[in-house]
Design a protein around this ligand. Structure first.
Ligand SMILES: Nc1ncnc2c1ncn2[C@@H]1O[C@H](COP(=O)(O)OP(=O)(O)OP(=O)(O)O)[C@@H](O)[C@H]1O
Ligand SMILES: [Mg+2]
Length: 420
């Protein structure tokens, strides 16, 4: 058998595993790490782009200048985004941008295994988009990016199914399994029949009883924390004087900072004028402080750093009952405690969506809660305690299986029969 890679190109992280005919192995891809942040950075002084952990460090060291790109996977189904203009390199399509990352990853993996491998099974979410045209476009874009990066033979596999195949490797009997892959951009489910015997079958389509997913992952948790906990520092309730009338700060500005990627687009001459007016004509001293923070956030492009502190606090809440969102850069000083039960309320909207999606995949599979032998939870957001409790409450704590949170999809893709 010719070796091939299993490549999990995630919204937040990617990982890669090799199948060499004797088994699968997840490869260290970012130093010793088996996952790499899915980020791309074009430094201000030109040169080749950097990917992964070093891109994050360099972007911050460069004072957040240059072009930093994250969550590129979530752009795949967005027909409004075709690409971007890069100073020296000209216009880059979304496919070119993703290919920069994939090419680097393929090279690093090839160096690890000492071979030039150009075959891969790529993961894809259960659904890129509800719109069939966007769905097709997302797949075409991903396939094109893979080709550009030197993957000449590519197959796609649904990410939750790959995670299921990874879990199947640990089984010694048949089970009906609900797999929940809770990532950064999407949350995917599948109900699958798994067993050591079925593993050897080439065609598994009859074992996959249903699949489904929602576009709500950990990134949305971060945005929700920004909205509920931090917008007050940026003038959510503040007022300023405009033509002799007290007005709230424009909501397109205050709400425009809820997603950090949007913040960079707010900085134009007109907005800067509006922001300066907010500072000048703010109603109270506190309102003026909010205006200064908002101006600083947008003018100095501090969104990425701020969201990193939100994400750090969120991760902390998976271990501790409380944490603190601490930010101290330029004119923005924030010390905002956050408690786990408060966070649970903030993300309750997501849990409701998950619940409904699970109802649907179980109905599609024609099974009841009681027919599920085990629930395999994977993906970074499965580490959130209230997410785990929701599944424990529904299916029973003893049915939950966890582990290999960040590498199960890559490992399952490499164990796929699609290219073997
Ligand atoms: N300890 C933790 N507690 C809570 N959330 C976490 C923790 N560790 C990571 N996360 C979150 O998990 C998400 C990333 O998970 P993962 O790497 O599985 O996603 P992905 O595969 O890149 O995304 P997708 O599958 O949606 O394309 C991020 O939102 C991150 O903030
Ligand atoms: Mg994932």
């Amino acid at each position: 058998m010719k070796p091939f890679y299993g490549l999990d190109f995630g919204t937040s992280n990617l990982s890669i595993a090799i199948q060499n005919g004797e088994g699968t192995q997840v490869l260290p891809i970012d130093g010793q790490n088996k996952t790499m942040p899915t980020v791309l950075y074009f430094g201000p002084s030109g040169g080749e782009p950097i990917v992964g952990q070093s891109a994050m460090l360099r972007y911050v060291a460069d004072g957040m200048s240059g072009r930093f790109m994250q969550s590129l996977k979530s752009v795949l189904p967005n027909s409004g985004f075709t690409g971007t203009y890069l100073d020296r390199l000209g216009f880059a399509d979304i496919e070119d941008l993703i290919a920069y990352i994939l090419r680097d990853v393929r090279q690093r993996a090839n160096e690890q295994v000492g071979m030039d491998i150009d075959r891969a099974v790529f993961g894809r979410p259960a659904e890129f988009s509800k719109d069939p045209e966007e769905e097709t476009m997302a797949i075409e874009r991903l396939m094109k990016a893979a080709k550009l990066a030197g993957f000449n033979e590519v197959e796609l596999q649904l990410e939750p199914i790959a995670a299921a195949f990874h879990y199947e490797m640990s089984l010694d009997r048949e089970e009906v399994v609900l797999v929940a892959d809770l990532g950064g951009g999407t949350t995917d489910f599948t109900v699958t029949r798994l067993s050591p015997k079925r593993r050897r079958k080439r065609d598994r389509s009859k074992d996959i009883l249903s699949t489904g997913g929602v576009y709500i992952g950990g990134d949305k948790f971060d945005s929700a924390v920004m909205e509920m906990k931090l917008l007050k520092y940026f003038g959510q309730d503040a007022e300023y004087n405009s033509w002799e009338k007290w007005m709230r700060f424009p909501s397109y500005l205050v709400r425009g900072i809820m997603q950090w990627q949007e913040i960079a687009f707010l900085k134009d001459t007109r907005t800067m004028r509006v922001l300066n007016d907010l500072v000048r004509y703010a109603r109270t001293k506190e309102d003026k402080e909010c205006a200064i923070r908002l101006l600083t956030l947008i003018d100095e492009n501090l969104g990425f750093s701020l969201f990193q502190t939100i994400e750090t606090a969120k991760r902390g809440l998976s271990t501790y009952d409380s944490d603190c969102i601490y930010f101290n850069q330029s004119a923005i000083k924030i010390v905002e405690p956050i408690f786990r039960n408060e966070f649970d309320e903030i993300i309750a909207f997501a849990l409701e969506e998950y619940e409904q999606c699970v109802d649907q995949v179980l109905a599609d599979a024609g099974v009841s809660n009681g027919r599920i032998d085990s629930v395999f939870l994977t993906g970074g957001s499965s580490l959130v305690p209230c997410v785990q409790s929701a599944f424990a409450n529904r299916f029973g704590e003893d049915k939950l299986r966890r582990g290999d949170t960040f590498i199960s999809v890559a490992s399952g893709l490499a164990s796929s029969q699609l290219l073997s």
